[in-house]
Design a protein around this ligand. Structure first.
Ligand code: ATP
Length: 308
């Protein structure tokens, strides 16, 4: 199982280059595709799901060019798009039965597969209720079930945890982790904790470009020794942000405790701390923006930061 992207560029009508020469090789397991809103995640997912064609570049599935021959991938593909919609009056069983028929599964084997998936996503009990009455998390589970109807080798899920409560989110991530044992799962999100829990492989996209790729430990290494913590009075936070790249902040009785990315101590009482993946992600995105601004002659000025 191997999915390869070579120099994928997608320019939307109107000129927006949402994917900019993206190249990567993807094997079994969970690939977490992380990027801020508008980074081009959905565009890239749609190219991989053969919903849209790249402007240039090649995508191959086990050596077959899927831009020229999309059917080779579609047979083994499961896709949960970001804007997944359901028919509110159908029950989950009816809806999945209908989609099974669309995918060519009928009769007893279709019914058996639908029941198997209802069990997998834990919807057996609610399966006869209309989808319009489902919570966001339940609807996403139906979305995953429909993506698994054909037992795909490649499962693509685009921002699946948006709108889920913390418990639903955790359950959903665990399910994706289990599914990745013997297939490729590509999970796109802008929420670091979504990928932290399940992805052994992370790709960071920013402004259409692949700016980092590697195991979580590799991403963490890039910020090793460069993350600090300091507590400042609440009114000093804006000043700190103007001088440094500030990550997560937390209120405390003494003021605001802030994580700061900087090569040198950002404040006299700052303490060096162990980086986490959110620090590494912030660093990847901001340093990409800074070098893009450099290429741009400073026109697209980056947010403040002391990192190069
Ligand atoms: N069909 C389209 N026509 C024109 N521009 C588009 C189209 N689809 C996406 N874009 C633009 O391409 C860029 C990347 O969008 P995309 O949806 O791929 O990003 P994303 O990382 O998935 O972000 P989000 O999480 O907000 O969906 C954005 O600037 C977006 O406005």
């Amino acid at each position: 199982m191997r999915l390869e992207l070579a120099d994928i560029t997608k320019t939307h009508p109107g000129g927006k280059r949402a994917a900019d020469r993206v190249s990567m090789e993807i094997g079994p397991g969970v690939l977490g595709l992380l990027g801020p809103n508008g980074a081009g995640k959905s565009t890239l997912m749609r190219v991989l799901a053969t919903v849209t064609r790249p402007t240039s570049g090649r995508v191959t599935w086990n050596g077959t060019d899927i831009v020229a021959r999309p059917a080779a991938l579609r047979r083994v593909l499961g896709y949960l798009p970001q804007d997944f919609g359901v028919y509110p009056d159908l029950s989950a069983r009816e809806f999945l039965g209908y989609l099974a028929a669309v995918k060519g599964l009928t009769g007893r084997s279709a019914r058996a597969r639908v029941e198997e998936l209802m069990r997998l996503v834990n919807l057996q009990e609610a399966g006869n209720r209309p989808l319009g009455a489902y919570s966001g998390g339940m609807r996403q589970r139906v979305g995953i079930a429909q993506a698994l109807l054909n037992d795909p080798w490649l499962l693509i899920v685009d921002e699946p945890t948006v709108g889920l409560d913390p418990e639903e989110r955790m359950r959903f991530r665990n399910l994706l982790g289990e599914l990745a044992h013997d297939r490729i799962v590509i999970l796109s999100t802008h929420i670091v904790s979504d990928v932290e829990a399940v992805a052994e492989d992370i790709a960071v996209l920013a402004d259409g470009r692949l700016v980092r790729r590697g195991a979580p430990e590799e991403l963490l290494r890039a910020v090793d020794g460069r993350v600090w913590e300091a507590t400042v009075p609440a009114h000093a936070l804006a000043g700190l942000r103007s001088r440094h790249l500030v990550g997560r902040v937390a209120r405390s009785a003494e003021g605001v405790r802030a994580r700061i990315l900087s090569d040198a101590p950002p404040a006299p009482d700052a303490v060096r701390i162990r980086p986490d993946l959110e620090d590494a992600y912030l660093h990847a995105v901001r340093s990409a923006a800074a070098s893009a601004a450099g290429r741009d002659g400073g026109r697209a000025a980056p947010a403040a930061g002391t990192l190069r």
